[in-house]
Design a protein around this ligand. Sequence first.
Ligand code: SF4
Length: 209
Amino acid sequence: MIESQDYVLISALQHYAFCPRQCALIHIEQVWEENLYTLRGQRVHEKVNVPEHELIQGIRVERAMPLWSHKLGLTGIADVVEFLANDTPYPVEYKAGSKKAREADDIQLCAQALCLEEMLDRPVSRGAIFHYASRRRREVVFDEAVRSRVLETIDDLRGLLAQTTLPPPVTDNRCRNCSLVEACMPHTLNDFHKIVRRNNPFTVLNSFE
Ligand code: SF4
């Protein structure tokens, strides 16, 4: 039995899978900054952040549906869950960007599927990422590989939330569009580490804080 204070947010899994340092800044340090990309994301989610349901061509569509898994200690909200003809749930996660594969998005969507399986006691084998910029869906199959990645990410996220130090910056293409780049200072920290190592190669730095 997982204690209620140990439940983790499904959205935090996405943040962790994208960049552990970003996840720690948001969920431990409570840092949040807006940029063009986060504002676009907010605008897209305005279409699905009010709980409501409707019938579209015989398919029941639930928006802003609360999710949980007592087995995994997860909680969150699905942008959209469609109930197909045989009442099989099909989660759809809205993303502001164009159509491209992202493991972090797949982990978030599969975590939603695991919640739906537990809540509704029926298998959920696939769902989709809806890329608002291209207005196209990318279907995700919830195979054993992505299910295992969700479980690993939950464990890793719990480990991160129990820590008091920030993970090191990834300092790669992910930083280019990250709204937290000023709070994170990935390049400054990397330069600092290089200087410290150059001056004293035996120095061990445990934290990038
Ligand atoms: S700037 Fe880079 S390292 Fe820092 S939080 Fe964003 S993605 Fe992660």
